[in-house]
Design a protein around this ligand. Structure first.
Ligand code: UDP
Length: 150
């Protein structure tokens, strides 16, 4: 099934943006929207609401606000599950060969990339990180946003 998912290259992956995009495209997916952004604690409290009470949440905020992120809408056949497989396990030590995290991630926290874990969350996250697309009167997914800085 043709699907859209929300993918985000984290601050520790910023320098490797071209490599990460290479993985995504070689797997047959299309990057249909992308932009560079700096996250705030407020958006992280929403995005990682299930982690807010964890002792390491402060570290996550520090890490995720330490530099720019690349927000992307990725489209393709079973893109949500397919991108999760391509990313690899949260902890790079447990990630399979050939995955993005196995190749590039340093630790369970500094793991290069985020990907929505269900179609429902993909939709929520696309709205959260691309609110300007929702404001358009057209269907979100048909719009291409390209940030020339990327
Ligand atoms: N995280 C962390 N320590 C943990 C679990 C998670 O620092 O013990 C961070 C890590 O950056 C991870 C993110 O919180 O990618 C979200 O956690 P989740 O379990 O949803 O993993 P993901 O879906 O990113 O693989």
């Amino acid at each position: 099934m043709e699907e859209k998912t929300y993918i985000m290259i984290k601050p520790d992956g910023f320098e490797d943006t071209a490599i990460v995009k290479g993985y995504i495209r070689r797997a047959g997916y299309q990057i249909v929207a992308q932009k560079k952004m700096r996250l705030t604690e407020a958006i992280l409290r929403e995005h990682y609401d299930f982690l807010v009470d964890k002792p390491f949440f402060g570290d996550i905020v520090e890490f995720m606000t330490s530099g720019p992120v690349i927000c992307m809408i990725v489209e393709g056949e079973n893109a949500v599950a397919g991108m999760r497989t391509l990313m690899g396990a949260t902890d790079p030590n447990e990630a399979a060969e050939g995955t993005i995290r196995k190749a590039l991630a340093k630790s369970k926290q500094r793991n290069i990339i985020h990907g929505a874990d269900s179609p429902e969350n993909a939709e929520k996250e696309i709205k959260r990180f691309f609110p300007e697309l929702a404001a358009e009167k057209r269907r979100v997914y048909t719009i291409k946003v390209m940030d020339e800085q990327i």
